[in-house]
Ligand binder design. Structure first.
Ligand code: 5GP
Ligand code: MG
Length: 183
């Protein structure tokens, strides 16, 4: 039996989204985004660290001209759920006033992280503000935050790989795995 949380413990992982499926969804999202932003320029705002591979792939898949910036947000809560208390650890480097901003998130769960960021960004008066997430856990949503582009919808479970970590591990895995909760 394997136990999560102990030093050196190796949690059991089950393949959920293989790399080919992720690539397909990224390509489909890029087509949707290109269609919606035709004739405009984008500012992609990645939320670090979890979305770093998603940003890299999406930025290469879209044809819309785009600048890229990032923010880093700390949300407080348990290991696996955020609480609503969020802190900007690294702000944007670019002004966003009058620009079309697309926030790139790895996972929207309760929505607290995203809601806090969107509220902050809206104060800076972008021309538009939309959100693209790789994974939407909408069944667990605790806020009204709206998500415009969704890669995958997941009802429950904790996932790792393709940028997503468990205690800073597994970010480099090219596929996405479910962490077995009863391990
Ligand atoms: P929220 O503020 O929406 O509750 O939480 C969103 C953040 O929690 C995500 O950006 C991500 O960092 C983290 N998170 C939520 N679910 C998962 C998950 O299944 N796996 C990993 N690695 N992080 C998650
Ligand atoms: Mg995150």
């Amino acid at each position: 039996m394997q136990t999560i949380g102990l030093p050196q413990a190796q949690p059991a992982l089950t393949l959920l989204y293989p790399r080919a499926e992720i690539a397909e969804r990224v390509a489909a999202l890029a087509r949707e985004i290109d269609c919606d932003y035709a004739g405009r320029e984008l500012l992609l705002v990645g939320i670090l660290k979890g979305s770093f591979l998603f940003i890299a792939d999406l930025a290469r898949a879209i044809c819309t001209p785009a600048n890229i910036d990032s923010v880093r947000i700390a949300s407080y809560g348990s290991d696996t759920r955020s609480s609503g208390i969020v802190e900007i650890r690294k702000d944007l480097e670019m002004p966003i006033r009058g620009r079309h901003v697309l926030v790139i998130e790895d996972i929207v769960d309760s929505g607290y992280t995203l809601e806090a960021l969107c509220n902050l960004l809206l104060l800076r008066e972008p021309a538009s503000l939309r959100v693209c997430t790789l994974v939407d856990k909408r069944a667990l949503r605790a806020t009204e935050v709206s998500v415009d582009y969704v890669g995958f919808t997941l009802d429950n479970g904790f996932i790792v790989g393709y940028g997503l970590d468990y205690d800073e591990r597994f970010r480099g895995l090219p596929d996405i795995y479910l962490v077995k909760s009863d391990a």
